[in-house]
Design a protein around this ligand. Sequence first.
Ligand code: FDP
Length: 345
Amino acid sequence: MTDRKNKLITLEEYIIQAQNRFPGATGELSQLLRDIGLAAKIISREVNKAGITNILGEDGSTNVHGESVKKLDLFADKQLISALNRSDITCMVISEENDGIVELDNDGGKYIVYLDPLDGSSNIDVNVSVGSIFSIYMRENTDSKTLSKEDALQPGVKQVAAGYVLYGSSTLMAYTTGLGVSVFTLDPSIGEFILCDDDLQIPDFGTIYSVNEGSYQSWDLGLKKYVKYCQVEEPETQRPYKARYIGSMVADVHRTLITGGIFIYPNSSQYPSGKLRLMYECNPLSFLIEQAGGMAIDGNGRILEIKPEAIHQRTPIYIGSRQNVLKVKEFLDEYAEERVKASLS
Ligand code: FDP
């Protein structure tokens, strides 16, 4: 935890202090993070009173992935995009809720922002934690006036910042600019995010595994064997591990970041390329987890090194404590041949 325990530091102050450490910084990224912080407060307020204002439930449409859209998803999408449109910093937004790219009014904007405005939204109606995820890239091609999807297809290693806001028992924001992970909790009485940790580290090993076991039959053999390994009684290796699955990636990954362990959303016969989205779910959370000392892979290599081909691309993910991720990789590698044989038969 931070050693500045007796001094409350707000998100705004912290961002300015961090910016001052870089003499050449223009302050634009800081402004962008502050804009996201503002939208997060508005979304948090709405999430907390969702039942009262009858904003719960589906709006009747489906998003680009064919999933039913909840009213709060749309609200969160709108708030974040209009917050980003306030300052001339962001040229383009890609959001789970929009099929194509959303061009903002700022041709000269330097940044491209990916958003999952309300992750885990199937949990909204049952009062379970949901979150907003963001991932920020620099626009590389500044010569061309026109923007295209290609400008946005950069691998995760090129993120300049990423983070999430978790609307849980309290509202919390975690972000990284590549210099560790900082965490803030929203104090609703003063409407400010207050710094609670400025260098969060994930335990190197944890005793929780998190995966939707209902899909067990459709997994590759390596993952089946790994999950059976987690369930074996062996006190010397602290097994059996505990199973925990919220069903909101942002909440499951947040728990993993704090307590250690592993969160998995694999490929399966139902989702041959995995279900979760590379650009606005897996990349930002992988950046954070790596910055906290953990690991994130797609079963073969690092998530952050995947070369994206589409803005809404999906990927399998194994993310969490270093030792746990390395262990599942051993199982996946050991049974990789069976996987190839199965795909050929
Ligand atoms: P949701 O569909 O509720 O938005 O983003 C997809 C996601 O949630 C993740 O947050 C979550 O981890 C996963 O889907 C849950 O999927 P399953 O219901 O297949 O377990």
